[in-house]
Write a protein that binds this ligand. Structure first.
Ligand code: HSE
Length: 422
């Protein structure tokens, strides 16, 4: 039986989940896989802190070099999270010839080139299944299962916190802030929820996923990002009347040699497989030229689901004779600045003769064709009423331009939500 000596960087919920999984399932896994693991050193901030799983105190250290420079440790598992010092530690471990298993999407997305270069130089392995969608084997699918495909698009619900919030808003007609407060009380959202609700977490994951899908590095700063903080119960309810469900989608498509990558609130038809992905679940819907459409579904967060992916990577790293690097070229990628989709547009418009003609005229002037329209509810005190439009597929730029030309006397409080219906 091959025994591999490993070290941990960090030991919060995820680290404890990995330790627990190795302790409770390690023997069975060793019998199945022919490899066992000995945890030698665990870097923590405070060795005295009480943890969610009993960990022998002799393993704990607050000195990173005891993990990074120990010659017996051949695989380093990183679950500190955040950009630094995690990224520097990952690079140091790789340069020292130690393979790295990480769940850290932020460090990977923001230091992709340096991390890959460090792995390439030393020949050490880099494994990151847990960085995108927790337990769902989507990275493995991209790198090991779908190579025969040209991936044309992927759309994912890759942030569980926002999916929980939007699912409850949709089910209960509740407001964003009310559900966010509940999610924070339940520990599903962080006390500072910015990374999740503003779409940063999803953008890091999309950078990794789309780079693998299109074999070119899609830098996170080139991803269009819009969070869910502006979403109202009214928009969710109006969408439902059109047979649409609201999700925070990460969308990446390759069209005519350019790549579009974006994270924003998106309506999908109720009949789309992604519409049924509720609460904190994640899913990625992939379209490949040979495989056609497929959807990967499961738990994207949590200690054991994330540990499941990390330990799987650990086994893979331990058994590899040769570590493959992602088939991603570092050449600069041509990112689309505009894209076409159906747009849901809600506005408060003056309820007077000719207003609808003028509003429709602004769309027409930009070549945006309207597919349907409803007027909703009663006039407010100022004489305004809710108008909701669904456009045919139209360029984002043209829709924006049309809306910029609607002055306040015509319409105000304009809200635009993209619709992905393919
Ligand atoms: N905060 C993330 C989510 C989980 O809500 O999906 C870790 O990536």
């Amino acid at each position: 039986m091959k025994e591999i000596v490993i070290g941990f960087l960090g030991c919060g919920n995820i680290g404890c989940g990995v330790y627990r999984l190795l302790e409770t399932h390690g023997q069975e896994m060793a019998a199945n896989e022919g490899v066992s693991f000995a945890v030698r050193r665990i870097l923590v901030r405070d060795p005295k802190k009480k943890r969610g799983w009993e960990i022998p105190s002799v393993l704990l250290t607050d000195r990173a070099e005891e993990v990074l420079e120990d010659p017996q440790i051949s695989i380093v598992m990183e679950f500190m999270g955040g950009e630094e010092p995690a990224a520097s530690y990952i690079i140091r471990a790789l340069r020292a010839g130690k393979s790295v298993v990480t769940a850290n999407k932020m460090a990977l997305a923001t230091h992709w080139d340096e991390i890959i270069a460090a792995a390439r130089e030393s020949g050490a392995g880099l494994y990151y299944e847990a960085s995108v969608c927790g337990a769902i084997p989507i990275i493995r699918a991209m790198t090991d299962s779908l190579q025969a495909n040209r991936i044309t698009s992927l759309m994912g619900i890759i942030n569980g916190t926002t999916n929980y919030i939007l699912s409850r808003m949709s089910r209960e007609g509740a407001d964003y802030s009310e559900v966010l407060g509940d999610a924070q009380r339940l520990g599903l959202a962080e006390p500072d929820p910015t990374a999740d609700v503003e779409g940063y977490d999803a953008a890091y994951k999309l950078s990794i996923l789309s780079s693998l899908a299109f074999h070119r590095h899609v830098p996170v700063e080139k991803i269009y990002r819009e969070g869910i903080t502006g979403v109202t119960a009214l928009d969710v309810a109006c969408g439902r009347e059109f047979g649409l469900t609201l999700k925070l989608l990460a969308v990446a498509k390759e069209e005519n040699g350019s790549i579009q990558a974006r994270v924003h609130p998106t309506f999908v038809p109720d009949s789309h497989p992604l519409a049924s992905v509720s609460d904190a679940f994640n899913a990625v819907f992939v379209n490949g030229h040979a495989c056609g459409e497929m959807m990967f579904y499961g738990r994207g967060a949590g200690d054991l689901p994330t540990a499941s992916a990390l330990v799987s990577d650990l086994v893979k790293a331990a058994k590899a004779d040769h570590h493959s690097l992602p088939a991603v070229s570092s050449q600069s990628v041509f990112m689309a600045e505009d894209w076409e989709c159906v747009h849901f547009v809600r506005m408060l418009a003056k309820d007077e003769p000719g207003v609808l003609r003028d509003v429709a005229g602004r769309f027409a002037d930009e070549g945006v064709s309207i597919a349907s329209m409803v007027q909703k509810g009663k006039r407010d005190e100022g004489g305004y009423v809710q108008l909701i439009f669904l456009t045919h597929r139209a360029s984002e730029k043209h829709v924006r331009r049309a809306l910029e030309r609607m002055d306040g006397s015509l319409a105000r409080e304009i809200c635009v939500i993209r619709v992905e219906n393919e």
